[in-house]
Design a protein around this ligand. Sequence first.
Ligand code: HEM
Length: 95
Amino acid sequence: MSSARVPFWTLPENLFFAKKLVRIFMSKLIRQIHRWVSIAFTVTVIANFVALGLGQGQQPPGWVTYSPLLPLALLMFTGLYLFTLPYASRWRRRT
Ligand code: HEM
């Protein structure tokens, strides 16, 4: 009788699948972020080359020079997360 009041997703077997779904969703989301930020990063690098080419020997403005840094930092964190995924799933299978 009392088990009827417990939300179905808190039952141990359902919680296991809920956690698995969240993990799959997270890794797909992070992979998509990594993929699209890589395009933004590439655009900022190309912008640097264009600014250097059009600058007639002058340095491009600071915001152009440093614009690849933010996407690169995002790529580093999301990339390191992606790197750990196969090891994390192997570790989970073993335990
Ligand atoms: C900064 C450090 C970076 C790290 C640590 C990193 C790491 C990774 C890892 C581990 C993967 C997954 C590989 C797999 O499928 O097993 C990946 C995928 C990928 N990386 Fe990076 N990456 C970095 C930077 C970059 C940069 C600079 C670019 C391009 C401008 C880039 C573009 C991509 C793309 C397009 C994928 C495939 C994404 C997909 O599967 O949809 N990454 N990266």
